[in-house]
Design a protein around this ligand. Sequence first.
Ligand code: ADP
Ligand code: MG
Length: 257
Amino acid sequence: MPEFERLLTLRQVSKNFGGVQAVKNLSFDVCAHEIVGLIGPNGSGKSTSVNLISGAVPPSSGEIVWRNQKVNHLPISQRVPLGLARTFQTTSLLAEFSVLDQVLTSCHTSYRVSPWRSIFRTKDARAQDAEQLAKAQELVEFVGLGEVMNDPTSTISSAQQRLLMIATAMACDPRLILLDEPAAGMVAKERKELAEVILRIRARGLAVLVIEHHMGLIMEVCDRIVVLNFGEKIAEGKPAEIQRDTAVIEAYLGGVH
Ligand code: ADP
Ligand code: MG
């Protein structure tokens, strides 16, 4: 039995695209306060899994359960308020916005004041503005972007843009955050900073599901790793167990060497 509350459960989840079985009978859990890695070679079904979990696409069969509620057909917009947020593999930032404004747009999705009261600038609305601003500033600093807080999102480095995506997702107050290839294009020093941010996210009480093609970051931060190959789970375990798993070694090296 898991030590912490089970947040996400996949039971025998499959996804077909025409004749392609992108994900086959995939089952695993993510519990509160856990950092779980989902890895696998290119085309193994990682992005499809994230799309299924976040609600971008519905499963062909199986069950996706979020805190005891079946969410198979809930769209992204209805999963985010339940505490499930994601970042995207490709950057989707608003170029003309500042770093702080980008995070603020996401804070406002959880805005509690009604639009009317907001228009008439009631005291309540102004207090909430200040609250949202403080929250956005804290998140920008949390991911290490305090120094570029007022810079346009288009002028910061791609590694900084990825950290900004994390702050943006965190502004929705998730219980679980899905990171799709957060280290793509990062150099070693940037990956190290990202690893620290991921560990700090967990220290705040969130669970993290990290999707990566490369093993290094995953081995460093994850409590547990799920390995996919051709859409199927071929291994699950602690980083040290995965590193010596022959099926995993074969999946990563077999086709290349
Ligand atoms: P990964 O993220 O691990 O590289 P994907 O989940 O993107 O893998 O892809 C898994 C398989 O499903 C691949 O064979 C891919 O071509 C196929 N696939 C993914 N999305 C679609 C789609 N929208 N339509 C058709 N095939 C798809
Ligand atoms: Mg992918």
